[in-house]
Design a binder for this molecule. Structure first.
Ligand code: MG
Length: 163
């Protein structure tokens, strides 16, 4: 078995959609970044890459590469899932916590979970998402940023050749 840890934070800014877990969350601000800045999906990518000893999302999909500009982070996660499978691992479970002062993410977690479970090719009960308020503390509490932590556990499986 292999364990992986991921963390990400992006600033909130005007005139951007708020995308978390591949889901468009209605809000007057969105996350700034080179891709769609989906901090949840980025933390999940890093947890998976960490578990298989493949570095991190920044080294695999560098922001210096124009082809990743505004790309859906779900596309990046699909690529990471392909790498995980090609190295002969499958997901036991994943747990993540999103820290956001606003908006309240609770009503959106089920949709994110269903979407991410499909991309991860896992049953929904293996993909757990939690939302925490920033409690008014620091940049997250001032609604300047949203952060995510993720951990995953993988087990060995038959390696599946990359398509
Ligand atoms: Mg990121």
């Amino acid at each position: 078995m292999r364990v992986g840890l991921g963390y990400d934070i992006h600033p909130l800014t005007e005139n951007r959609p708020l995308i978390l877990g591949g889901i468009d969350v209605p809000h007057h601000k969105g996350l700034a970044g080179h891709s769609d800045a989906d901090a949840l999906t980025h933390a999940i990518c890093d947890a998976l890459l960490g578990a298989i000893g493949e570095g991190d999302i920044g080294s695999r999909f560098p922001s210096s590469d124009a082809s990743f500009k505004n790309i859906s982070s779900i596309v990046l996660l699909q690529e990471v899932v392909t790498v995980v499978k090609s190295k002969g691992y499958r997901l036991i479970n994943l747990d993540a916590v999103i820290i956001a002062q606003a908006p309240r993410l609770g009503p959106h977690l089920a949709k994110m979970r269903a979407h991410l479970a499909r991309v991860l090719e896992a049953d929904e009960d293996r993909v757990n998402l939690k939302a925490k308020s920033g409690e008014g503390v620091d940049a997250i509490g001032r609604e300047e940023a949203i952060a995510t932590h993720a951990v995953c556990l993988l087990e060995t499986a038959e390696p599946q050749p990359r398509p």
